[in-house]
Unconditional design. Structure first.
Length: 148
């Protein structure tokens, strides 16, 4: 049975969690407290796995189906969608930690631990904040001579 938005809205909490299935492994998990979570059930290397997509209504039925199709494309290339999702999250955190703002903040904290005078630290923070108001600067962007 293919899910509809009306069927999703009408899914009421029960004593135990239950699934409302769509197609090709996509289902909506309805919890006793009323939360509705999108999941995809798939197999890779003979092992059944589940991929969480998010909560309804933040993730619509159309978005959940698009995510399911993307996961199926990854599976067709022997890529585990859970691993790909985890790697994307790690890469995003690395990119965020390599921003000018985070590197500047680390430098200021290091200088504070080394005992640099407070007025000097305030000047460093002021300069750092002034640069942060401009366009984002990534540490890995550009050739090395531009970064230095």
């Amino acid at each position: 049975m293919v899910l509809t938005d009306t069927a999703i809205r009408n899914a009421k909490p029960a004593d135990k969690p239950y699934k409302v299935t769509d197609s090709q492994g996509l289902y909506l998990l309805v919890n006793p407290r009323g939360s509705k979570l999108w999941r995809i059930k798939y197999r890779i290397d003979g092992v059944e796995r589940k991929l969480s997509l998010g909560a309804y209504p933040e993730i619509t039925l159309a978005e959940a189906r698009a995510a399911r199709d993307a996961a199926r494309r990854q599976l067709a290339h022997a890529i585990d969608p859970n691993v790909a999702k985890r790697q994307a999250r790690i890469e995003a955190s690395i990119r965020a930690s390599n921003s000018f703002a985070s590197v500047a903040e680390e430098l200021i904290e290091k200088k504070a631990r080394e005992g640099l005078a407070e007025p000097t630290l305030e000047k460093m923070r002021w300069l750092s904040n002034g640069v942060q108001k401009g366009p984002p600067i990534g540490v890995e962007e550009g050739p090395p001579f531009q970064i230095i």
